[in-house]
Design a protein around this ligand. Structure first.
Ligand code: ZN
Ligand code: ZN
Length: 276
């Protein structure tokens, strides 16, 4: 049985992606099939196509999505058919050393579907970040489905699955921004704007957005930036010093790609579980 749907596949390193027929199996124990309503385009999908993640071609791209649960396998209790969900690529186990320490963001045993989606000829696909949502339907572990308010538009809600959590997490978890601190964010795309929003949530009072696009700097102010610096026109370091009494900011973050974000504070250098 299963489903035959269309999906966006990267077949080999650097080659243009193609739209292929893919076979999505019926969900097995603990799995769910989700009808995808919207999926963001993240830089990490390009990294996959370029061979920057690994060589497990062909990849089924897409990993920042929202949709509706179409079917669930045996033993699934956290979601049911018809639930509106965001897909997340770090479905934490709740039982490993990191999870038990109260740091699920570093979970060592995140859940993915056990079965494989395939091309029509049976070739197994590697779903990007264990999701593969540039497709009409995808197969995931049920733990990768997070129910959200159906009032949220799918094209916005899906962003919670990667860019928003990467940016907000960089500010709140990795950078550990504290109330009253000053923060600089370099690069104000989706992840950078989410880092700005996260810094605001954490109570930062000086949030300096740095970019080379005035349009993006304008957007950054709507997410909570208190100051903007166009680093094409102004020396960013000098501008940041001038805005912080000569000291520089407490936390600085630069955006190169959503996965994984880099963030640092002077006294406690941040690291990611994969060592990057
Ligand atoms: Zn992403
Ligand atoms: Zn865990």
């Amino acid at each position: 049985m299963g489903y035959e749907v269309k999906g966006v596949v990267a077949r080999s390193k650097g080659a243009p992606v193609t739209i292929e027929t893919i076979l999505v199996p019926d969900p097995g124990p603990g799995e769910a099939v989700v009808d995808i309503q919207a999926c963001g385009v993240c830089h990490t999908d390009l990294h996959y196509r370029e061979g920057g993640i690994n060589d497990d071609y062909p990849f089924l791209l897409g990993h920042e999505a929202a949709g509706t649960v179409a079917a669930v396998g045996e033993g699934v209790t956290n979601v049911a058919v018809g639930d509106y969900v965001v897909l997340n690529w770090r479905a934490v186990c709740g039982q490993c050393r990191a999870c038990l320490k109260g740091e699920p963001k570093y979970c060592f045993a995140t859940h993915n579907a056990a079965q494989k989606m395939t091309l029509a000829d049976g070739t197994e696909l590697s779903p990007a970040l264990g999701i593969g949502a540039f497709a009409e339907k995808t197969l995931v572990h049920s733990g990768q489905c997070t129910k959200v308010d159906p009032a949220a538009k799918p094209e916005a809600a899906g962003l919670l699955g990667c860019g928003v959590m990467a940016g907000v997490g960089a500010a709140i978890n990795t950078g550990a921004v504290q109330r009253g601190e000053s923060v600089a964010v370099f690069g104000c795309g989706g992840v950078g704007d989410a880092a700005i929003a996260g810094a605001k949530l954490a109570g930062a009072t000086t949030i300096i957005a740095v970019d080379i696009s005035d349009t993006k700097l304008e957007w950054a102010t709507t997410f909570g930036a208190t100051h903007t610096v166009n680093s094409k026109e102004t020396d960013a370091v000098e501008a940041i010093k001038a805005l912080t009494g000569g000291f520089g900011v407490d936390v600085a973050r630069s955006t190169r790609s959503a996965t994984p974000p880099s963030s640092s504070r002077p006294s406690t250098p941040a690291t990611w579980p994969d060592g990057s």
